[in-house]
Design a binder for this molecule. Structure first.
Ligand SMILES: Cc1ncc(COP(=O)(O)O)c(C=O)c1O
Length: 397
């Protein structure tokens, strides 16, 4: 037993968990053994801890033939980075022999000016899954839970369960917004209230007045985590002004969606520096500073392309609305979407419908446990949505 303890202690110190950090984690109700799990998340990230798989799983592998030609299941963008951003990234590849110079600062300044947030409040990351997990580990614990909507993006609850924090799931309102009053009532002493807006998988937006209410009424020491992964596709107003106001809020952004950079791994957080410093105490500095120049440059140039962002959104809306019109015509119900995905109620098991589409070479999204008859469809290119529409007719759905 003693040997075991010594081994764990050694591992923790070697991996960068200082005595203070360990004492902090133990005071929050973690057992010494479970600190290894916290470390696994903070040093290797959610992918290595096997959690990202749970959140991203689209479950096409068994149903789909080896090569789905139409991929509208994983909420990716149908095309790559915006053209000026892709060009800048290519130039950064050509000068990749040099270590990072001003790229990180340029990115931070671009994000700060677009979001009207002080540069000190912006931190870049290699994708948003890392900070999302880190924030849950920092603010949740065995004594402070996580509150989420049901359904929502599962990475936060996967991480919370992994570290032994309580997860409270709260149904969405009748119009599919987060029910912030019920969320607070579900756990008045939670560490994190997670608001995903637009929400994955419902593609619906929660109003800023609700987020303000949650911030005004939440317990001390907790944070409201606003995940705006799909905000550019929805053209919804951002919560970033609450960051500038110094509230206990962290806003999460990714370049994996409208900006077409899922494989380039780029994201940023907006928050008061002290809120993020808590999440950086373990190894966050390295995670944020060790970013590849092409991704950082691509992100910085993407952010300022207001016209191209609007054009890509309009292209998505056009393709999306053609499919929705077809569903209307066939009396197939769906949740009115704001972003680049929509939930369709087939009135029969979504798994079977997914398998039917797979036989047509079309990879659609999965269902969520709360609605087993409902599939999430990601909006692809116009041609991909033509294929989806044709399959809806052919399969007589
Ligand atoms: C709501 C939401 N947040 C965060 C992520 C994580 O994305 P990434 O790690 O690529 O930034 C996703 C991915 O699908 C998502 O849907």
């Amino acid at each position: 037993m003693n040997n075991e303890r010594t081994d764990i202690d050694g591992d923790l110190v070697e991996a960068g968990l200082s005595d203070d950090a360990q004492a902090d984690l133990l005071s929050r109700g973690y057992s010494r053994r479970s600190l290894g799990r916290v470390l696994a998340l903070l040093t290797a990230g959610p992918a290595a801890a096997g959690l990202a798989g749970a959140a991203f799983a689209q479950a096409p592998s068994q149903a789909a033939p080896p090569k789905a030609t139409v991929r509208i299941g994983a909420n990716e963008c149908w095309t790559g980075p915006l053209e000026p951003a892709a060009k800048a990234a290519a130039a950064a590849v050509a000068t990749g022999n040099r270590y990072t110079g001003s790229q990180r600062a340029d990115f931070v300044n671009a994000a700060a000016s677009v979001e009207k947030t002080p540069p000190s409040h912006i931190i870049p990351w290699a994708g948003s899954s890392d900070p999302l997990s880190r924030i849950v580990v920092t603010y949740c614990s065995p004594t402070r839970g996580l509150v989420i909507a049901n359904p929502t993006f599962e990475l936060a609850p996967s991480v919370a369960r992994y570290i032994g924090a309580k997860v409270s799931e709260v149904p969405l309102t009748a119009d599919y917004a987060h029910d912030v009053k019920a969320m607070l009532a579900a756990d008045p002493n939670a560490g994190v209230y997670y608001v995903c807006t637009p929400n994955n998988p419902t593609s619906t937006v929660t109003g800023l007045a609700d987020i303000e209410w949650l911030l005004a009424n939440k317990p001390a020491g907790s944070i409201v985590l606003v995940d705006e992964a799909y905000i550019h596709f929805a053209d919804a107003p951002t919560a970033s002004y609450l960051v500038a106001q110094g509230k206990d809020v962290i806003v999460l952004r990714t370049f994996s969606k409208l900006f077409g950079m899922a494989g380039m791994r780029m994201a940023f957080t907006m928050a008061r520096p002290d809120l993020m410093m808590k999440t950086m105490r373990y190894d966050g500095m390295m995670a944020s500073f060790a970013l590849p120049n092409p991704s950082v440059v691509c992100g910085a140039v993407s952010l300022v392309q207001a016209d191209l962002i609007a054009a890509r959104r309009a292209e998505m809306v056009k393709a999306r609305d053609r499919s929705l019109a077809l569903l209307d015509k066939r009396n197939i119900r769906y949740i009115p979407p704001r972003a680049n995905f929509f939930m369709v109620d087939w009135k029969k098991p979504a798994k079977d419908v997914q398998a039917q589409f797979a036989k047509e070479g079309i990879e659609i999204g999965r269902s969520w446990p709360i609605w087993p008859n409902v599939s999430r469809i990601t909006v692809g290119s116009a041609a991909e949505m033509d294929a989806f529409n044709a399959a809806v007719v052919k399969l007589n759905l």
